[in-house]
Design a protein. Structure first.
Length: 566
């Protein structure tokens, strides 16, 4: 196994994750099989309990792992399917060591950070890097490891030490360290400053790790003199100093790296030059350039709870992007805080209320994404009602589907107090209820997580057509509540079709309103499996509907295959 370690220095938020995934893209384009590991030095065992407000979205994997959103970047960029073990946290490492200690596996020894924690980290990396993630047999060729945080952080010290030991034990030709750093420009002269990078490389070297390559983030391209200085002071060959300056969209980053021959420097270090091919990035280049040249856009209103931090819905935003590009449109996403739509806000914050409604009414389509808790729920219900009554394309994801069902029960079935027991435990009309897969009384996790099969009850529905005339779909889940099986019949009789069910036939997975141009709700999260050049079918249908092209798309899709050609 060959390892490429990506560390970060100077400041956080440099786009280390995108840099590391772009390096993976370039290496993959050279014919190598690439996997990745993200290390998050925080103490949480996984991202499942972390607030999207603070940390961005919780990404969900096929195996039900709730992980850092960077794993989403890897899955999308490398087109792989990762496992929960590809995300290492301090919490997971300590948990495994403490479990061993309780079992008595350490035979009376004092259990210490070095060697027990560091050994656990090394063992974890060694075994997880071997898992095939691209659907092929056998271990990958290269594992890109991204170390979260900034070099020098107290919490990342055991990881740095473990990685130092790893570099030593696997040998020079199996280990390549790329340090991502920032080159700021200061003062009126606009000089590119190398000192922060010098310091962070020095810090890394003091910890026993020497970078082979530097990836320097800057607004403008680096000057040759800046590179020369970095090379001299950081002890890195000039050819190995990469520059990631600002680009029109993130898909340019692999191209930028390829143009600077990053692959040659890495392959040389890893002694892989003889087996690697020339980087084949033609279709990637087309995608990056097509996007730059798109002039038309589509206005999408996203009505949610966590609208302050766009990373909170990162995969939804990416899925919209993939779908829009397939339609030659740029997504113009307008975020609406659901609570601003509510009647209460008309009194307390009239301006915000007016702006929110104006935005909603201007939108060409409306999306209500997933979420937890009752904040903003009435606003989301108003948005779903507006979309339904005005024939505006609506896509409800997870909570967004539950919202649409509640709205339908209230407005069409006349059950005014219909609600989810998540928001009103005492509701006389529970339209959405708690339905754990395991035992109700069982301790621990009650969330329905990861990939589950949805059976479509007829091929004569939008969802089946969008997925390519299929009888079933496998998508990822993350929820506790479900549509109450007892209201299904009444909803169906009133025109709402609950056409996707789980394998037991009890859980509602997909909802459609045939009398509407596009009113679709899904209990799963299709955004997690959306890929550039392979948009998620419900998202594609949603954008096609917004652009007035759904009919054409579907008839084309049935004769040939629309999604194949995208
Ligand atoms: N809160 C809802 C549930 O638990 C929806 C979850 C979600 O949207 N991810 O079922």
């Amino acid at each position: 196994m060959k390892y490429v370690l990506v560390t970060g220095g100077v400041v956080s938020g440099l786009g280390k994750g995108v840099t590391a995934s772009s390096i993976g893209v370039v290496l993959k384009s050279c014919g190598l099989r690439v996997t990745s590991i993200k290390i998050d030095p925080y103490l949480n065992t996984d991202a499942g309990t972390m607030s999207p407000f603070e940390h961005g979205e919780v990404f969900v994997l096929d195996d039900g792992g709730e992980v850092d959103l960077d794993l989403g970047n890897y899955e999308r960029f490398l087109d792989v399917t990762l496992t929960k073990d590809n995300n290492i946290t301090t919490g997971k490492i300590y948990q495994s060591v403490l479990e061993k200690e309780r079992r008595g596996d350490y035979l009376g020894k004092t259990v210490q950070v070095v060697p027990h924690i560091t050994d656990a980290i090394k063992d974890w990396i060694a075994s997880v890097s071997l898992i095939p993630v691209d659907g092929k047999e056998g271990p990958p060729d290269i594992c890109v490891i991204e170390l979260g945080g900034t070099v020098g952080d107290i919490e990342s010290m055991p990881f740095i030490e473990a990685l130092r030991q790893l570099s030593f034990s696997v040998g020079q030709e199996n280990f390549c360290l790329i340090h991502v750093s920032l080159i700021p420009v200061l003062g009126v002269v606009g000089e590119q400053k190398t000192k922060p990078t010098q310091h962070s490389v020095r810090e890394l070297r003091a910890l026993g790790l020497t970078p082979h390559l530097l990836a320097c983030r800057s607004a403008q391209p680096l000057l040759e003199t800046t590179k020369a200085k970095l090379s001299q002071f950081c002890h890195v060959q000039a050819a190995n100093i990469l520059n990631i300056h600002d680009v029109p969209n993130i898909w340019h980053i692999p191209l930028l790296l390829r143009n600077q021959n990053a692959h040659l420097s890495i392959l040389k270090q890893l002694n892989l030059l003889s087996i690697a091919t020339q980087p084949a990035l033609d279709s990637w280049t087309r995608m990056a350039e097509t996007f730059d040249n798109i002039t038309n856009s589509v206005k999408i209103s996203m009505v949610g709870k966590y609208v302050g931090l766009t990373d909170s819905y990162l995969s939804v935003a990416k899925a919209l992007l993939h779908a829009c590009i397939a339609c030659s449109l740029k997504p113009q996403v307008e975020w609406i805080a659901a609570s601003d739509l509510e009647d209460e806000s008309k009194k307390s914050t009239p301006e915000a209320h007016a702006v929110a409604w104006k935005t909603l009414k201007n939108a060409e389509c409306i999306l209500v994404p997933g979420g937890f808790g009752d904040r903003g729920v009435s606003g989301m219900i108003l948005a779903a009602k507006y979309a339904r009554e005005n024939n505006v394309p609506y896509l409800g994801i997870c909570l967004g589907m539950q919202i649409a069902v509640i709205e339908y029960a209230r407005s069409v079935l006349g059950r005014e107090r219909a609600n989810s027991t998540e928001f009103d435990a005492q509701t006389p009309d529970p339209a959405v209820i708690f339905m754990p897969e395991g035992s109700r009384t069982h301790m621990g996790s009650t969330m329905r997580l990861g990939s589950r099969r949805t059976l479509l009850q007829t091929r004569d529905c939008l969802t089946s057509k969008l997925y390519g005339n299929t009888d079933y779909v496998d998508e990822r889940h993350r929820h506790r509540y479900e549509v109450n099986p007892e209201v299904v019949q009444a909803l169906e009789e009133a025109g709402l079709k609950l056409i996707g069910k789980d394998e037991t036939g009890k859980r509602v997975e997909v909802m459609e309103l045939p009398s509407h141009p596009f009113y679709v709700g899904v209990q799963f999260h299709p955004e997690f499996k959306s890929r550039p050049r392979r948009p998620s079918p419900p998202f594609l249908g949603f954008i096609m509907a917004a652009a007035g092209r759904l009919e054409t798309h579907l008839s084309f899709g049935q004769n040939g295959s629309a999604s194949m050609s995208l």
